[in-house]
Design a protein around this ligand. Structure first.
Ligand SMILES: Cc1ncc(COP(=O)(O)O)c(C=O)c1O
Length: 436
């Protein structure tokens, strides 16, 4: 059965992204090709922001660059008013280049190097501190620089979210944050009070990624707000920024349903509202760090069929020009990405195929047992929902060039990341003296 999300269309059997035919895009830019739809990204940001800002006076949505750190994508989100969630110095530099001011950025991660902390402090970026040792490092760096650091603590609220174990980050045994239940998180705030150069502004948690139910977010809000009350009552510390992280998922499988941010916002905001009113606390800014939700379904990986191979007793293999090098999620998480033959959308999906990439590993497939239109050499195969954690997690296995990225804006298309060349792949290699 042909399944297209509402922002895609079919014209003469060809997939249309924005207003452009992918057959033309493939001719113009070659394959494999990541295609990103600008209007869809804008739509997703606006929906997310409106869900929270219509219910709460102060909201900052920081786009999580880890999902897709392309400069043009960062610029689109900046132009919508988004801040940035960055997890490395280079992401910070990309966000700065996109025009996001440091004051609208948050720096995450459990291993921030001294030079990364320095860059964050110099740019007045809020740092989500992840360990006691990191807190001490920040105090040392700020006193050397004679600057103050705006900090928040990443706390671990022990919330279970049904997602892949590798991307469930809010469980007690995960490596992230200060444990709430044992009082470790409370101790971190108390320790910071004794420091001269840190200004405690926030509280942060991130319970995981690809979450499609609202309950874990509500539980997160409840657990964090309980700690906010404890901090106010016992330490007279006021938390002015509540950073609830990212994690809202997207439907990858045809049978999955979207999690409407309005449903999440309704539940989370009502928790914050009732606690702040009951305890007479000032209203904090609510901060969010969505990545996947913003850019995931705007991206399509456009590939071409090189060969097909029949095997008795199993679905026919089709070999396309991109595999786990360009998109590792199926190999890494067993993730499902919907696949269609992009130049035969009006044909019946009556044939069963395994869709393999070009690499020398049996794990190199993008889909198995998929019902597709009859596939022939040179057909175009579209892999959907690859805008988040697609190119960002790609690699150069067997010295494959990373695909180019094209941005489509209605009837316009331009390259926003060039295809890697042989020179790009070998530029950093050097021959030692004894091998010359
Ligand atoms: C701290 C933090 N914030 C935000 C995100 C973005 O998550 P998502 O893309 O699921 O919204 C992640 C993802 O791993 C994260 O670790």
């Amino acid at each position: 059965m042909l399944i297209l999300k509402s922002h895609f269309k079919s014209r003469n059997g060809n997939l249309i992204i924005g207003e452009l035919d992918v057959v033309e895009l493939a001719k113009r830019f070659g394959t494999p090709l990541y295609v990103m739809d600008e209007q869809r990204i804008r739509e997703k940001y606006r929906k997310f922001y409106a869900a929270f800002s219509s219910r709460w006076p102060s909201v900052l949505v920081c786009y999580a660059l880890k999902a897709n750190s392309n400069l043009a994508i960062a610029k689109i989100l900046k132009s919508e008013g988004a801040g940035a969630d960055v997890s490395s110095d280079n992401e910070m530099r990309i966000a700065l280049q996109a025009g996001v001011p440091g004051t609208k950025m948050v720096f995450n991660g459990n291993h921030k190097s001294p030079s990364e902390l320095k860059l964050a402090i110099e740019n007045n970026v809020m740092i989500n501190v992840d360990s006691f040792q990191e807190l001490e490092a920040i105090e040392a760096i700020t006193s050397k620089l004679k600057l103050r650091a705006r900090i928040s603590f990443r706390v671990n609220p022990d919330v279970q979210a049904s997602t892949h174990p590798y991307i469930a980050t809010g469980l007690r045994e995960s490596k992230f944050g200060f444990d709430v239940a044992s009082g470790q998180a409370f101790s971190a705030y108390r320790r910071a009070l004794d420091m001269n150069n840190v200004e405690v502004v926030g509280m942060h948690a991130n319970i995981g990624s690809q979450i499609l139910e609202p309950e874990p977010f509500e539980e997160e809000a409840r657990k964090l707000m309980a700690l906010v009350v404890e901090l106010k009552e016992k330490l007279n510390v006021f938390i002015s920024v509540m950073d609830f992280g990212g994690g809202i998922g997207i439907p990858y499988k045809p049978e999955e349903k979207e999690l409407d941010p309005n449903v999440v916002a309704e539940r989370m905001v009502s928790v914050v509202k009732s606690v702040t009113e009951e305890k007479d606390l000032p209203k904090p800014t609510l901060m969010f760090e969505p990545g996947r939700y913003m850019v995931g379904d705007s991206g399509v990986l456009l590939t071409k069929v090189g060969y097909t191979k029949e095997r008795p007793g199993i679905p026919t293999w089709i070999f396309i020009d991109a595999g786990m090098n360009a998109l590792i999620r199926p190999a890494l998480y067993g993730a499902y990405h919907h696949i269609e033959v992009a130049n035969k959308l009006e044909n019946k999906n009556d044939f069963e195929y395994n869709v393999g990439g070009p690499l020398c590993e049996s794990g190199d497939f993008l889909g198995k047992n998929r019902k597709l239109a009859k596939v022939e050499q040179n057909d175009l195969v579209a892999v959907f929902d690859v805008g988040a954690y697609g190119l960002a997690m790609s690699n150069q296995h067997t010295a494959q060039s990373r695909p180019a990225v094209v941005l489509v804006n209605r009837n316009k298309a331009e390259i926003v990341r060039k295809r890697e060349t042989f020179e790009d792949l070998t530029r950093l290699d050097q021959i030692p003296e004894w091998l010359k």
